[in-house]
Write a protein that binds this ligand. Structure first.
Ligand SMILES: Cc1ncc(COP(=O)(O)O)c(C=O)c1O
Length: 396
């Protein structure tokens, strides 16, 4: 076993340092981090938050949604945000919370499904492409995760899902914008399956929730994935991904309020009658207020324009990839997530070379993943394709 690198330790200074000295050290230390502005981050579902959202976030840092009796106005804004998100996802009467991210949202969804089902040793059916937050959720909630295979379009296989249903099943999970390839599972068919078997259906649209609602008006094929499908009980939708909001901002939406009652707990020590239906206690009000403000400021037209430019640039990227000898896309992208494969060169080698050029792309076992986020510009994609071309020429 390789020896562990000792962790650098530090003691808090007894006598505080001047602010300038601290800032200087921070600036030096933080230089190692990637920046969105460089365009080199092609592996993240997060982006540089919109400047207006940052301004609002900074202004309301002290707001605590864990104590709504002290911050009732912030709590109301959170609920307005939830209903705005609900409207985007075909249910203006949705209830829920702005949470820390997709992981917390998915945990809350399975927690709710488990409590509603009241089954011992419950099972949850997910596609193998599901985000690892479901592994965390099942571990925490003592649920068994049943992972079903994908069809030839990288979607959750409906026949395999049907076969996996047992008397222990408490929920089916479909993904609308998979982590690896941005694929949308056949949520309509999963909804039928959930309805026939009287099961809870959760949709993880952490990424796709801010992309898919704009497909129809942008001339792309609209895909059914939201509350318009009768069996969809809850949806994860993350403002801190394609919603351009500051981290942390995830969203968990329920078809109606009665569902989250199953996880709601009274908090006795706070002033007022406080009930919590989130994993966290103290939680950021600034996040929720910033999401509210940004949605009000951009409107659906603003978000739609962002999605359009990401999709347009994705097409350019795909075109460029196909022109490079030895490279191809894993599947035609549905949204702004592209899998790149090679029939001539090991993708690990390509990834290593890209790293040397300063690019941050994700490496999956058989492909590289690039996400074209709002911080990605045409010049970045051109530069990336030029580097890819040279790398492939040198490696083959
Ligand atoms: C589909 C999907 N769901 C959930 C998550 C988890 O989100 P977070 O990192 O905000 O917890 C991710 C993250 O990439 C994701 O791709």
């Amino acid at each position: 076993m390789a020896p562990e690198t000792p962790q650098k330790t530090r003691k808090m200074p007894e006598k505080g340092l001047p602010k300038n000295a601290v800032i200087k050290e921070l600036e030096t230390k933080l230089q190692k981090d990637f920046s969105y502005d460089s365009g080199k981050i092609l592996c993240s579902m997060c982006t540089n938050p919109h400047s207006f959202a940052k301004q609002i976030y900074r202004k309301y840092l002290e707001k605590n949604l864990g104590d709504p009796s002290l911050f009732p106005a912030s709590a109301e804004l959170e609920q307005e945000t939830v209903t705005m998100l609900g409207s985007l996802l075909s249910n203006p009467h949705a209830s829920g919370s702005i949470v820390s991210g997709g992981t917390e949202a998915n945990i809350i969804a399975l927690w709710t499904a488990r409590n509603l089902a009241k089954k011992k040793l419950g099972e949850v059916i997910v596609p193998v492409s599901a985000h690892h937050s479901f592994d965390k959720a099942s571990d925490l909630l003592n649920l068994k995760l049943i992972k079903v295979k994908l069809n030839n379009r990288f979607q959750m296989d409906v026949k395999a899902t049907k076969k996996a249903i047992t008397s222990k099943t408490v929920a089916i999970v479909g993904v609308a914008g998979s982590t690896g390839l941005g694929v949308v599972d056949p949520i309509g068919e999963l909804s039928d399956l959930a309805s026939t078997n009287n099961l809870y259906l959760h949709v993880d649209a952490a990424f796709g929730g801010f992309v898919l609602p704009f497909f129809k008006e942008l001339g792309y094929k609209a895909l059914d994935f939201d509350f318009s499908l009768p069996s969809v009980c809850s949806i994860t939708v993350d403002p801190h991904k394609m919603g351009s909001s500051p981290i942390p901002a995830g969203g968990i939406l329920f078809r109606d309020k009665s569902m989250s009652e199953s996880i709601s707990m009274k908090v006795s020590y706070l002033s007022g009658e406080t009930k919590e239906s989130t994993l966290l206690g103290t939680r950021s009000g600034a996040s929720a207020v910033a999401v509210w403000a940004l949605m009000m400021h951009l409107g659906t037209a603003g978000y739609s324009a962002t999605v359009k430019s990401c999709l347009d640039l994705t097409r350019k990227l795909v075109k460029g990839i196909k022109l490079i000898d030895g490279l191809d896309v894993v599947t035609e992208p549905i949204m702004n997530i592209v899998g790149i494969k090679s029939d001539t060169t090991d993708v690990h080698l390509i990834s290593n070379e890209l790293k040397k050029h300063g690019w941050a792309v994700s490496l999956f076992p058989e492909y590289l993943r690039v996400i074209v986020m709002p911080h990605t510009k045409t010049s970045h994609i051109k530069h990336f394709l030029d580097n890819l071309q040279t790398i492939l020429e040198n490696l083959t």
